[in-house]
Design a protein around this ligand. Sequence first.
Ligand code: ZN
Length: 237
Amino acid sequence: GAPLVLIDPGHGGIDPGASTSGGETEKAVVLALGLALKERLEKSGRLRVAMTRTEDVFISLADRVRIAREQGAALMVSLHADTLAYEPGVRGASVYTLSEKASDDISARLADAENRADLLAGVDVRDEDGQVGDILFDLTKRETRAFSHHLARNLVETLGKSTSMHKNPLRSAGFRVLKAPDVPSVLIEVGYLSSESDARLMQSLEWRSGMAEALAAAVEKYIDENATRMGNSAPKP
Ligand code: ZN
């Protein structure tokens, strides 16, 4: 069948994520964007689409990873829109992949902040990096990481055409939500609620549909470029 894209709107329920002084929350911004992306991907009818949440509910980071693996997702896209109190005035989108060593301090602090989501709900946050030392498992992880990078590069390229990007848009850190060993996963900061201009932009329908279009284009390009691996019978050039 068609490859499955898993859209993962960050936060939810008792975890609002970032918020503006005006009371706009990250969990609402990314859910609206996730639903718009789902609609856009389904319109072209080439991919199957699932979401980790379609309403305002809390889902642990481990459960998001579990959903990706159980559903056999071809890829997972986590959507976020944080505030960076320590980087005021910064704006633009960034795309993150998993790495044990963060690409920079800001990314490390962002991952720490995101990884605290589970503490809010009292979820056990011990690391479940099992199967250490298993060669096949390590190979799978390495391959998954390469595919995640490929997807991230497509996203940076496509998003850069229609939205402002962070000065270093391709970054990495130890995000727990990106730890599925066999599902290529990226986390996108679509903008920062701490930036007044970003926050204003993210309320608009034009922004949301433009962003959904750009995300969908990058995902479809990635799927096309990896059609063989997906077991997809789509003809290749
Ligand atoms: Zn977030």
